[in-house]
Design a protein around this ligand. Structure first.
Ligand SMILES: [Zn+2]
Length: 182
């Protein structure tokens, strides 16, 4: 690991030597990092700062998310965000999607890959919708045997054991080959 790489809270300089710059804070006689980044010491300005590479971007309303279902609850699903508008995200961010109005037994199962759209931020929680046609499950497996499934009207059928199950499928179901690598 690069020794210039600092993590939040880590000491990057002494206050008598430097002034706190970007992405830092003053703590007694120390300057500490507020984010993950590379230390930058400017001796002419006497400024200690941090170049942050991993900017945590919170998705905006209208952004299209591709994520993995973390939890499948009776009235909602929780999704770990993997892509925002096609761009991979590094930070662990979750959104929730209310599904109680959708007349399906299984909207999506845990570990399914889904496409949703951000609709709001309420009290720090990111809310998404899965309702429209292009939104929904992109990749799923058989609930019984974890076999590969194929689309059958608005349901999926297992190629191995023949089990038929419902899902809220996206129009793009089965098209996203890159997702299978995960
Ligand atoms: Zn099966």
């Amino acid at each position: 690991m690069n020794e210039n790489q600092k993590i939040p809270g880590e000491k990057i300089a002494q206050i008598e030597e430097y002034l706190p710059g970007e992405n830092t804070f003053e703590d007694d006689d120390s300057i500490r990092a507020t984010t993950i980044g590379e230390i930058k010491l400017d001796s002419s300005e006497r400024l200690a700062s941090l170049n942050s590479k991993t900017q945590i971007t919170v998705p905006k309303v209208g952004d299209i998310i591709i994520g993995v279902v973390e939890a499948n609850l009776p009235s909602m699903i929780a999704i770990m965000i993997k892509y925002v508008n096609g761009k991979k995200v590094v930070a662990d961010l979750e959104c929730i999607c209310v599904t109680r109005h959708i007349r399906k037994k299984n909207i999506a199962l845990a570990k399914d890959v889904v496409k949703v759209e951000i609709i709001s931020h309420i009290n720090g929680t990111i809310h998404a919708t899965i309702d429209s046609q292009e939104l929904g499950v992109l990749f799923t497996k058989c609930r019984k045997c974890f076999g590969t499934v194929a689309k059958m009207r608005d349901a999926v059928k297992c190629k191995d054991c023949g089990w038929i199950d419902d899902r809220k499928l996206s129009l793009d179901f089965g098209k996203s080959e890159f997702l299978i690598q995960n």
